[in-house]
Design a protein around this ligand. Structure first.
Ligand code: CDP
Length: 258
């Protein structure tokens, strides 16, 4: 059974940290759509990729779409305060996410109108501006539509801020991955250094606070856990322990019967 093969021999189920789960359902089929939401650098991408690989599902990080539109707008020197121009860009830019073409640490290739912008979308300038771009109703509408289409095909692990609340409100399993701003800033700082770039941890923390505030207070699709999401705080858990908790939850959940 898939459920048995989810756990590697190296993973010790008995050592799993406590987790608050709701009662298992009767069927034993695995969740078809898995939503992972949470603030910046809470570990969503690493977790999502590992869960998707385990299940043979599509891994889809929706944040890259908002980042890509932000990068395109900056590149074209569009005034980011000009909501209608930014929205027009979101509606007319062809975004494509493909399997990785290079072995340079990327999880996939991100293309905007055919141009590979996989690393460009991770710059501090994009970090600083992406929350403004993603607060625009028209931008969200254009991107949510594409995300939902992909999600509705099933066999997907989708990450973002509003997946469980707006994009896939009927997702079979919803995880909200949280961590304190300090821990998240430490992780993001280490990620940037690992890419060989300069980083200042205090600045990373400050930027993270700003983005959290912006994302969670915006009017449309704010960052918040769905009512039926399971909240995992990863402050004191390593990647492996978070993965174990989620695999455990997966074995407990059944696919929604249509
Ligand atoms: O990787 P990190 O956690 O820093 O952020 P991300 O997931 O790449 O998302 C970048 C930004 O896109 C977030 O700060 C949000 O403003 C926006 N976003 C969103 O509004 N809705 C989503 N479903 C995903 C990202």
């Amino acid at each position: 059974m898939i459920e048995d093969s989810l756990f590697d021999e190296s993973m010790d189920e008995n050592n799993m940290p406590d987790v608050n789960t709701s009662a298992p359902k009767e069927s034993d089929s695995i969740p078809n759509t898995i939503a992972i939401d949470g603030p910046a650098a809470s570990g969503k991408s690493t977790l999502g990729k590992r869960v998707a690989d385990k299940l043979g599902y599509l891994f889809f990080d929706t944040g890259v779409m908002y980042r890509a539109i932000t990068w395109v707008a900056l590149q074209k020197q569009v005034d980011l305060e000009d909501e209608s121009r930014v929205t027009h860009l979101a509606q007319h830019t062809a975004l494509d996410i493909q399997s990785p073409s290079r072995d340079d640490g990327r999880q996939c290739d991100i293309l905007a109108d055919g141009v590979d912008i996989t690393w460009e979308i991770r710059t501090p300038e994009v970090d600083r501006n992406v929350s403004l771009v993603s607060s625009y109703a028209g931008v969200r509408e254009a991107l949510t539509l594409q995300q939902r289409k992909i999600g509705e095909r099933g066999q997907v692990v989708m990450m973002g801020r509003d997946i469980g609340t707006v994009v896939l409100p009927d997702a079979d399993l919803k995880i909200y991955l949280d961590a304190s701003a300090e821990v998240r800033a430490q992780r993001r700082h280490a990620e940037i250094l690992k890419r060989g770039e300069k980083s200042d941890q205090d600045q990373v923390l400050e930027g993270m606070h700003k983005r959290d505030r912006f994302d969670s207070t915006r009017k449309i699709a704010p960052l918040k856990p769905a009512e039926d999401a399971i909240i995992i705080n990863s402050d004191n858990l390593n990647e492996e322990q978070v993965l174990l908790q989620v695999l455990f939850l997966i074995t407990q959940r059944s696919r929604h019967q249509e």
